[in-house]
Write a protein that binds this ligand. Structure first.
Ligand code: SF4
Length: 327
């Protein structure tokens, strides 16, 4: 097992009270596996990822419980300089907004090269050559000419490729990509996703792909974990989840993806808003928005039921939901 997040709890103290942003999340990622973590904004998917990377601002955030076991060691017990070393070389992150993640006053060649100088002790000349190879590998056209350009001189899609190059430069065991294609148009999104997928296979990295868009991850993820109000509400191998979701929230997300065979039909939208995390509804947190809610849902929080074949669902009526096959 490459990464195991166990019963992680993260809180934020706000003026309105304590927000339980991550409320008992557990997941695993193997080497060479892609786990998509899906949810609306505020579901806790990015906060969990930031806790794994060790880049949560504490305070205001506070990790109150849990373990993050990476390559056999609980990261939460390590000193900050050890975590920084792991973060640089063995796990890395790709952010949504490459322009603010890259250094605006350094050329992309210098930024990429610096990683090899600092972490691999390479000479500047060798580091520059390696940077160029990486730019080729992420398919930046005319890399030899563009190595001296600054981040703002690249298009959004090309900048995201440079971020990917930086993330894979030291051949980390784990890459976390937080909404890596959200700011891009649909065609570029698909190209960047294909590139990530290809590199992940080539380097046999574990990849955690954070997204709010189920459509984006269908072709690249092995498994999906769906988050709602700080918890995982469903996890399953990707094809099972698409074929027969075992949680009404997942079903709602799937039904809100535009489909060619549903042309002319109105798109489904899950009613209501995600809950305020300082005042999560009692029982099942999804009940005010759930078309299948019954009395028990308003009082009894559903555990994460074992739904068989590697699937789990936090719905009292997961069987009914799963067996109501999609047309
Ligand atoms: Fe809906 Fe009840 Fe299932 Fe929650 S437990 S998702 S409210 S049916």
């Amino acid at each position: 097992m490459l990464l195991e997040v166990r019963d992680l709890h993260v809180e934020f103290r706000t003026r309105d009270g304590v927000a339980r942003a991550v409320d008992g999340v557990s997941y695993t990622v193997d080497a060479g596996e892609t786990l998509a973590v899906l949810g609306e904004s505020g579901s806790g998917k990015s906060v969990t990822a930031q806790a794994v990377m060790g880049i949560l601002d504490t305070p205001p955030a506070r990790i109150t419980r849990g373990q993050i076991v990476f390559q056999g060691r609980d990261l939460l017990t390590l000193k900050e300089d050890e975590r920084r070393r792991i973060r640089g070389a063995r796990m890395s992150m790709i952010f949504q907004d490459a322009l603010s993640a890259l250094n605006p006053v350094l050329t992309v060649g210098d930024q990429l090269g610096e990683m090899f100088v600092v972490h691999r002790g390479m000479s500047k000349r060798d580091a520059r050559a390696r940077a160029l190879e990486l730019m080729d590998q992420v398919r930046i056209p005319g890399a030899a000419q563009r190595v001296r350009d600054y981040p703002h001189q690249f298009s959004g899609g090309m900048r995201q490729r440079i971020m990917i190059a930086m993330a894979i430069a030291l051949e980390p065991a784990l890459v976390i990509a937080d909404e890596p294609t959200t700011a891009l148009d649909v065609t570029v999104q698909a190209q960047v996703m294909d590139l990530l997928d290809e590199l992940q296979r080539e380097y046999r990295m574990g990849l955690v792909l954070i997204t709010h868009d189920l459509g984006v991850v269908a072709d690249v993820a092995d498994r999906i974990a769906v988050m709602y109000a700080g918890r995982i509400v469903e996890s399953a191998p990707v094809h099972d989840l698409y074929k027969a979701p075992a949680h009404p929230y997942t079903r709602g997300l799937l039904d809100s993806i535009p489909r060619l065979d549903h042309k002319g039909r109105e798109l489904y939208a899950i009613k209501g808003q995600p809950p305020n995390l300082t005042h999560v509804p009692p029982g099942c947190a999804f009940h005010p928005r759930c078309p299948m809610a019954r009395d028990i849902c308003r009082t009894d929080p559903p555990p994460l039921y074992d739904a068989g074949e590697g699937r789990r669902s936090a719905c009292h009526f997961w069987r009914e939901c799963r067996d109501d096959l999609r047309d």
